[in-house]
Design a protein around this ligand. Structure first.
Ligand SMILES: [Zn+2]
Length: 256
């Protein structure tokens, strides 16, 4: 469900109409791209097309872990569909563009407990005990204001091998700049685990959204591929919470 405001209609039109230069360019990228340069490209493009854009932006980095033998748990290419989906959903439902700063494979074999982590409270405990260093070291170093308060800090999505139990993704909410998602979500040959909604759902948690009881909502807790995926709606209130989060940089209105 999205409100009928002009911004949201613009976002939907932008999705359908504007060549997604940024997304395509980053699709195959394995190196970091300065977000300033990315924004310049997009802003210039909008000025040329006379299109007004005042989307907020969220920077997202993806790191794919490698197993004990140094084999990546998934590929950079496979993650792209979920990133595109997160961008589409957040643009249309919350007026937030997802700017991917890099999709990289960490070639160093990760420790088994980082590849196959616990979920929820046990993950929080592991974090408190300092056992989530494998994830944390891929986040931005603390800025002048300190890590936890850095405005516009990217959220790092770490792709792990397998989260314990039936959990497929996990976020510690506002206390961490990283979320974890498991590799099977991105394998299109595994119809019973492939789910493009999970990455966007975990970004929602990282931006402080709690669960929502409507199954059409992005923050509905359960999603069962292939037949019973959660929806991707956000309420206006959820959109406002997302846009107010410290990770999200407000949009700058551009008037042609
Ligand atoms: Zn959740």
């Amino acid at each position: 469900m999205s409100p009928g405001g002009g911004l949201f209609r613009d976002a939907r039109e932008a999705l359908l109409g504007v060549p997604r230069v940024l997304g395509r360019t980053l699709g195959a990228a394995t190196t970091d791209l300065a977000s300033g340069a990315a924004e310049l490209v997009e802003t210039t493009g909008e000025r040329l097309t006379g299109r007004r854009r005042d989307l907020s932006s969220l920077r997202v980095a993806v790191v794919v872990l490698s197993d004990e033998q140094g084999r990546p748990v998934t590929s950079v290419e496979r993650v792209q569909a979920s990133l595109d989906r997160a961008d589409a959903v957040l643009r249309a439902e919350a007026g937030i563009a997802v700017r991917v700063t890099g999709v990289t494979v960490d070639p160093d074999p990760a420790p088994t407990d980082a590849l196959d982590p616990p979920a929820n409270r046990r993950l929080l405990l592991a974090d408190v005990l300092g056992r989530t260093e494998t994830y944390r070291r891929h986040t931005d170093p603390p800025g002048p204001g300190g890590g936890a308060t850095s405005l516009g800090a990217p959220v790092t999505v770490v792709v792990v091998r397998d989260i314990s139990g039936r959990t497929t993704g996990c976020s510690l909410g506002m206390t961490a700049d990283w979320v974890i998602v498991q590799a099977a979500l991105f394998d299109p040959e595994r119809a019973h685990t492939y789910d493009e909604t999970v990455l966007a759902h975990e970004l929602g948690h990282a931006l402080n959204l709690p669960h929502h009881r409507d199954r059409h909502n992005l923050m509905f807790p359960a999603s069962s591929p292939p037949g019973d995926l959660r929806g991707t709606d956000l309420t206006p209130w959820q959109g406002a919470v997302l846009r107010a989060n410290r990770h999200v940089l407000p949009g700058v209105p551009l008037h042609p």
